[in-house]
Design a protein around this ligand. Structure first.
Ligand code: TMP
Length: 214
């Protein structure tokens, strides 16, 4: 008899620029390895060859004239491809997915940042994702001016990183509001703490989450 594997869990990682997502994602994957959970790590926008091409369009600094609606549609076009080609097949075969950003970023950046209505994002979320939602979302939080200061140490800021601080203040407020609105799914982590404090919190959160999925 063929027994279908238990569906994998879907973890998304969120936060404005400069919160240290990359370092923390590596750490999260190390914890999952340590527990023995098969997983993949991916990102949005991007994650598949076609979605990575859309990412290039979205981040290119010479694409200044992209309007908010076009940006929004490109993000969801990439997301549709990412879900179809990578996320859903992985979850079905029991592999966990760790995704650097997902739809909470669309609420934060295209919704709060660019001013598109949340209802529009909610509708597109249903159309493109069906029932796919992250099971756990870790939101790394930092004041926008501190995050931008950290991010400015990287070279060549992309089209988003060139936005004004008010854009990131609005995105941050949206993340905080979503953390309060979805307390079971979203866990807020203070990214202004030391790396060891952040990692100790992450370790506890993830191990509790793994236990809760068994
Ligand atoms: P990254 O720098 O975290 O890789 O993300 C690239 C940019 O994409 C980041 O500035 C936020 C932006 N973004 C959106 O505006 N909306 C979205 O839905 C996603 C996933 C990312």
């Amino acid at each position: 008899m063929n027994v279908r594997p238990a569906r994998g869990s879907f973890i998304s990682i969120e936060g404005i620029e400069g919160v240290g997502k990359s370092t923390n994602i590596n750490f999260i994957c190390e914890i999952l390895d340590d527990i023995g959970i098969k997983h993949i790590s991916t990102r949005e926008p991007g994650g598949t060859p076609i979605a990575e091409k859309i990412r290039d369009l979205l981040l290119a600094i010479d694409n200044k004239s992209i309007c908010a609606m076009s940006e929004f549609l490109m993000i969801f076009a990439g997301r549709a491809q990412h879900i179809h080609e990578l996320i859903e097949p992985a979850l079905v075969e029991g592999t966990w997915v760790v995704c650097d950003r997902f739809t909470d970023a669309t609420y934060a950046y295209q919704g709060a940042g660019r001013g598109l209505p949340a209802e529009l994002i909610e509708q597109m979320e249903v159309i493109v994702q069906g029932s796919i939602r992250p099971d756990l979302t870790l939101i790394f939080d930092i004041q926008a001016h501190l995050g931008l200061e950290r991010a400015s140490q990287r070279s060549n800021p992309d089209r988003f990183e060139r936005e004004e601080i008010e854009f990131f203040n609005r995105a941050r407020e949206c993340y905080l509001a979503r953390a309060s609105a979805f307390p079971n799914r979203c866990k807020l982590i203070d990214a202004s703490q030391s790396i060891s404090q952040v990692q100790s919190e992450l370790n506890d959160l993830l191990r509790d989450f793994v236990v809760s999925r068994k």
